[in-house]
Design a protein around this ligand. Structure first.
Ligand SMILES: [Zn+2]
Length: 76
């Protein structure tokens, strides 16, 4: 499990693990990952996702649903 004690962006030690519904938009579609655990820095807003969190995001994200192995190519 990833252990983070300070924010890599601003160096604040106030960064902490939070658990909340994560909403994001991908390819024009919004999606929600319920009760996602990740680190959030209250100072600069940096968010850090560990491996497990990344996997959960990928599972819910429409961007990863079909193009998991191949690269996402932008329309010309
Ligand atoms: Zn920070």
């Amino acid at each position: 499990m990833l252990k983070i004690t300070f924010c890599p962006t601003c160096g604040s030690r106030k960064i902490k693990k939070v658990r909340r519904n994560w909403s994001a938009k991908s390819h024009g579609k919004s999606y929600t990952v319920p009760l996602l655990e990740f680190y959030e820095c209250p100072v600069c807003g940096e968010k850090i996702f560990d491996r497990q969190a990344m996997r959960r995001i990928e599972e819910h994200s429409p961007a990863f649903a079909k193009t998991r192995a191949s690269k996402v190519h932008a329309p010309a």
